[in-house]
Design a protein around this ligand. Structure first.
Ligand SMILES: NC(=O)c1ccc[n+]([C@@H]2O[C@H](COP(=O)([O-])OP(=O)(O)OC[C@H]3O[C@@H](n4cnc5c(N)ncnc54)[C@H](O)[C@@H]3O)[C@@H](O)[C@H]2O)c1
Length: 369
């Protein structure tokens, strides 16, 4: 079954089409406004799996699309790859009415989105997410970005796509690790905004791929919440900051460990556990809700991170939400109810990384949960 929801942003509103066979709707969408040229941007892995299928889908609208392939992985969110894409499009003569079709996970979506938003000061963009993470989160809402050594996503734009097509069939080829990484972002939405989604995930016997959860239901629930948040606060000046739950620490780990060493969702899971610990002290999160949220997070496998929490401090200070060296964190006062905490010293956030019994003598701590 295919379902459609809408991100309501006035003239820039757009559909999110979710379900088995969703890619079949791309042609119909393009029939209303045929692009003058199309760049299909993908990574080498997704391109080899689904490039031909997408070319077939596009053939009615554009008989000769330009395929641009970047290496898979977080390191492709770079100025080098951005330049590569833009130069390829320029050489091929892609014009203002041209279209970028981003086929891949969050990496391709963020990178191709940035290319679409800056090339010729902005051309058309369609997101075709192929990872669970990109379906539940990154393909919706218009954030684009690349990383620099000083920090994650420090260069980017807000640029909404004109449509999102999430075909859940493509998830069949996803690695388990990437499945769980995407699930972490769905859990984030559940803990901060959606008690129904939380209870659904909590009650599932097996959260793994093929484990029986209705993944279209999870994607739709997450997209509905995100669409609502984006409608209310497109540029992240208020409520949208809630979606950063766990992310200040996550971005710190990703940058400090070296991009690609830890999956984004895995890092977010670590960050959410710290935020939950802090939420008990600072936000009155009850023991029951703390334990339930932690129990759900425990079901997302995360590799051991051998790093002293202090090593991520410089990255916390450079986080986009930081002000004058102090950091901001999103906390929760109950499952489904998020709070935006005022600025705090990075040390407070870092101290929550260790389990309570381990909070003293952090010199030898590594982060293991
Ligand atoms: N823009 C936003 O709002 C937003 C939100 C959350 C995360 N992000 C960004 O998203 C990125 C992470 O995205 P991701 O987890 O999708 O990573 P990713 O794009 O690197 O994909 C993970 C791996 O899965 C492979 N892959 C993708 N689809 C596949 C499929 N269907 N079958 C088999 N393999 C497939 C890719 O080639 C890659 O090796 C991070 O850079 C993060 O910062 C952005």
């Amino acid at each position: 079954m295919i379902e459609k929801i809408r991100v309501d942003l006035g003239e820039r509103s757009y559909p999110i089409v979710v379900g088995s066979g969703a890619w079949g709707r791309i042609k119909e969408h393009l029939e209303g406004r045929t692009p003058s040229g199309t760049a299909l941007v993908t990574d080498d892995r997704v391109g080899s799996l689904y490039g031909d299928t997408l070319l077939q889908v596009l053939s009615g609208a554009d008989p000769n699309p330009l395929v641009i392939t970047v290496p898979q992985g977080e390191n492709s969110k770079s100025f080098d790859q951005l330049e590569y894409i833009c130069r390829k499009m320029a050489k091929a003569g892609i014009e203002r009415e041209g279209l970028v079709l981003a086929l891949g996970g969050g990496v391709v979506g963020d990178l191709a989105g940035l290319a679409a938003s800056t090339y010729l000061r902005g051309i058309r963009l369609i997101q075709v997410p192929t990872t669970l993470l990109s379906m539940v989160d990154s393909s919706v809402g218009g954030k684009t970005g690349i990383n620099i050594p000083e920090g994650k996503n420090l260069v980017g734009t807000f640029f909404q796509p004109e449509a999102v097509f999430a075909d859940v069939e493509s998830l069949r080829t996803l690695d388990d690790r990437d499945w769980y990484s995407g699930l972490a972002e769905a859990v984030k939405i559940a803990i901060t905004l959606d008690t129904d989604l939380f209870e659904y995930l909590e009650s599932a016997r097996d959260l793994g791929p093929g484990g029986g959860i209705d993944i279209s239901r999870v994607i739709l629930a997450a997209c509905l919440r995100k669409a609502d948040v984006v409608r209310r606060d497109e540029k992240e000046e208020g409520i949208r900051r809630v979606l950063n739950f766990g992310h200040t620490i996550a971005h710190g780990f990703e940058a400090a460990l070296g991009y690609g060493e830890i999956r984004h969702g895995e890092a977010v899971a670590l960050g959410m556990k710290a935020a939950l610990r802090l939420s008990q002290d600072a936000c009155g999160l009850s023991r029951e809700h703390f334990e339930r949220a932690m129990a759900l997070l425990e079901r997302i496998p995360v590799p051991e991170v051998n790093m002293h929490p202090k090593e991520i401090e410089p990255f916390l200070k450079r986080d986009k939400k930081s002000v004058g060296g102090t950091v901001q964190a999103v906390l929760v006062s109950a499952i489904g109810k998020s709070e935006f905490l005022p600025l705090m010293e990075p040390d407070l956030l870092l101290s929550a990384l260790a389990e309570p019994g381990k909070r003293e003598g952090r010199e030898n701590d590594s982060v293991t949960d």
